[in-house]
Design a protein around this ligand. Structure first.
Ligand code: DUC
Ligand code: ZN
Ligand code: ZN
Length: 469
């Protein structure tokens, strides 16, 4: 009889293209057989009545990212990846932030040191380009791309982080020659500053003003500009955290012109609105993120993008800060003006249950589309496919077994991140990943943590093929 290290029996398997009943045989951390009635005298997990899906890949999370001014992110690699694995993820992709005036390698060495031995999921890193010097663009980034750091994020907003158009073009040009993938945060910083000054002058400083000073037009203009710059540089581009229909139209128009664009949206744009920033007292701070949540019409537009393919990626943009904490949302300055409330909300553990419940269970998307949005397209976009993001012979045995009949109410007290709240508190979801397997190791079994930190490892990513001209 064949012996597998682990066999998953009787489940309904879904990939980004198919749904079928089969057993999965796992050996040495990889899937080695998929078939009917496999036999094994090794350990078996019975998945009868459950869905067996590729482990989620969350390609947009912030962990231990320096946030300035005495502000500390609520998750390190241990708590962030622990929360991720409980939410059905087996790979997360956080951002390594280059410090201005310093080499990227220095930030990477520090980031690796933080991750080493601490992770419950596999990790692969994006690089945030904050200081596009000639050395970084001319030498460092191509060496790093060859070493497995194949994606770059650039910002059009945030003081100290934003790049101007010339700098973005130069970065895109490097991506063209190295095959790196560029993600762009699209918001017009000058327009935001103008609106902040206007609101502060009027004494309008509560959290709600955060949304008012980053309106749709700010995002739409920057999205148009980023797409135009990519067209001019002749390179594919990823537009991250799209929040509304007008930015989506820009993506569709650019695609119609022939540009390769990957679009990403996040749970906050499906589930929250700017009204959440009103809150009692300063509680709206819990929902401050950029771009901000919009209105019901924008939510409906984002669902349409999920359903029709405007969006390829559904990521959390997990960026947790504690609420009742001087180093978080309610820091001394944050209480004086929305301008000082750190931007970002937690969501790595709730991303997939929300999409499963609101998307699959409510009939908006089918299981293959869920798998594409939650895992496969992330692996393809960022150079981890087919080792990650699918169920196939030779792929890593990264699996999430979903119980589609389990109904839960989201309560932060039941989650596993380092924040002290969830923006989705009280929302009822049906479907939850109850067993999660990483590289053949059972990390979560029936909702209980069996895995150890350090079982998740760093995974280098591959670049895109480079054009010959
Ligand atoms: N905005 C970002 O640009 N990054 C993290 C979180 C946020 O709100
Ligand atoms: Zn961003
Ligand atoms: Zn982000």
């Amino acid at each position: 009889m064949t012996t597998f290290d682990l066999m998953i029996r009787g489940g309904t398997i879904a990939t980004a293209s198919d749904v079928f009943q089969a057993d999965i045989g796992i050996r040495d951390g990889r899937i080695v057989q998929i078939g009917e009635r496999l036999a094994s005298d090794g350990p078996v997990i019975d998945a009868t009545g459950k869905y067996v899906l590729p482990g989620g890949i969350d390609s947009h999370v912030h962990i231990s990212q320096p946030s300035g001014d005495g502000i500390v992110m609520a998750d390190d690699f241990e708590s962030g990846t622990r929360s991720a694995i409980f939410g059905g993820n087996t790979t997360v992709m956080p951002f390594c932030l280059q410090e201005k005036g310093r080499p990227m390698r220095e930030a990477l060495n520090a980031y690796h040191a933080l991750a080493e031995g601490s992770c419950y999921t596999d990790v692969s890193f994006h690089l945030i380009v904050s200081d596009p010097t000639d050395t970084l663009l001319g030498q460092e980034l191509s060496a790093l791309a060859a070493d497995g750091y194949a994606s770059l994020k650039v910002f059009m907003t945030y003081e100290g982080l934003r790049l101007n158009d010339a700098e973005i073009l130069k970065t895109l040009d490097v991506a063209r020659s190295t095959g790196a993938t560029v993600m762009v945060h699209c918001e017009n910083e000058d327009a935001i500053r103008f609106l902040i000054a206007r609101h502060e002058a009027a004494g309008d400083v509560a959290p709600r003003a955060h949304a008012a000073t980053r309106p749709v037009a700010v995002e739409r203009e920057a999205t148009h500009r980023a797409l135009t710059l990519a067209e001019i540089a002749d390179v594919p581009i990823v537009i991250v955290h799209v929040s509304n229909g007008e930015a989506m139209e820009e993506i569709s128009r650019a695609r119609a012109r022939g540009l390769k664009v990957v679009g990403e949206t996040c749970p906050q744009y499906l589930m929250l609105t700017a009204d959440d920033l009103d809150g009692m007292d300063w509680e709206g701070a819990k929902f401050v993120c950029s771009p901000p949540p919009r209105d019901k019409a924008a939510q409906a537009d984002c669902w349409r993008g999920i359903e029709t393919g405007v969006f390829d990626l559904f990521s959390s943009d997990h960026c947790p800060f504690r609420y009742e904490d001087e180093r978080g949302k309610l820091n001394a300055k944050g209480r004086q003006s929305f301008r000082h409330i750190p931007n970002g909300i937690p969501g790595v553990e709730t991303r997939l249950p929300i999409l499963f419940s609101e998307g699959v269970m409510k009939g908006r998307i089918d299981l293959p589309r869920f798998v594409a949005l939650s895992a496969t397209n992330h692996a393809k976009t960022y150079g981890l496919y087919p080792q990650k993001g699918t169920i196939g012979i030779g792929a890593d045995a990264d699996l999430a077994i979903w119980d589609p009949s389990l109904t839960r109410r989201i309560r932060h007290a039941d989650l596993h991140d380092g924040a002290d709240y969830s923006p989705y508190e009280g929302i009822e979801v049906t479907g939850w990943p109850t067993t999660v397997i990483l590289g053949g190791h059972v990390m979560i079994r029936d909702g209980e943590l069996l895995g150890r930190k350090g079982q998740g490892r760093y995974r280098p990513a591959r670049t895109r093929p480079v054009p010959s001209t």
